[in-house]
Design a protein around this ligand. Structure first.
Ligand code: MG
Length: 218
């Protein structure tokens, strides 16, 4: 079973649902030619897609175009159902770094047909995930610098202040649909600059004062 770990407090949570936001940064929505959504666009990855720092992303053979998306990950620590935005941060245990690996060619074909995205977003190794820092160690989760480099060349450099839906509103919205449970994780969307990786590349994702990931591609 995959776990989400908070080393500073020795806490370990079996990972449950991984709920992801699409198009939560306006510039990224634009770079893919998508409309800015009026309500959060949600999809899920299975816990089986998680890999840890140093493990490799394996591009499935049904895709020719695998993209990285660096994202702030929010770890839920308490059961949350129908919570108000005002109290939503009380349900957060910690923050971490994730890469939402996406088979863009497969996703585009599915989108064109109106079909669900799971095989483009939830395949094995599609969710590199760092350890988490305790919620109290992050002064402002909406003022974090998110970066991703491929082979030491910077590709993404954004700020969580540019999120369209902020974390309290995201938790309030999601918890009105899905009960959130300890070990559930929310991926809060990616800033602009997404692009392709190939076998042999090495990604480095970093959120300053949260964590980092070094993930090879094979
Ligand atoms: Mg994403």
């Amino acid at each position: 079973m995959k776990t989400a770990n908070i080393p500073a407090t020795n806490q370990q949570f079996p990972i449950g649902k991984i709920i992801c936001l699409a198009r939560n940064y306006a510039e990224h929505a634009r770079e893919l030619g998508n409309e800015i959504p009026t309500a959060p666009v949600l999809f899920m990855k299975p816990a089986s897609s998680v890999i840890s720092d140093g493990e490799a992303v394996q591009i499935p053979d049904y895709s020719q175009e695998c993209h990285y998306e660096v994202e702030l990950a929010v770890l839920i620590g308490k059961v949350a159902r129908n919570v108000m935005a005002e109290s939503a941060l009380e349900y957060v245990a910690g923050y971490g770094v994730a890469i939402d690996m996406t088979l863009r060619d497969v996703q585009n074909q599915l989108k064109a047909k109106g079909l669900p995205w799971e095989i483009a977003k939830g395949f094995d190794t599609a969710c590199p995930l760092s350890d988490f820092v305790p919620v109290g160690e992050v002064a402002d989760p909406h003022n974090l610098n998110l970066k991703l480099a491929v082979n030491d060349e910077e590709r993404q450099n954004g700020c969580s202040s540019d999120m369209i839906n902020r974390i309290p509103q995201i938790i309030a919205h999601i918890s009105s649909i899905f009960t959130l449970e300890p070990g559930d994780i929310i991926l809060t969307g990616t800033p602009a600059g997404v692009g392709q990786v190939h076998a042999g590349d090495v990604m480095k994702a970093e959120i300053v004062s949260v964590g980092s990931l070094i993930i090879p591609v094979s």
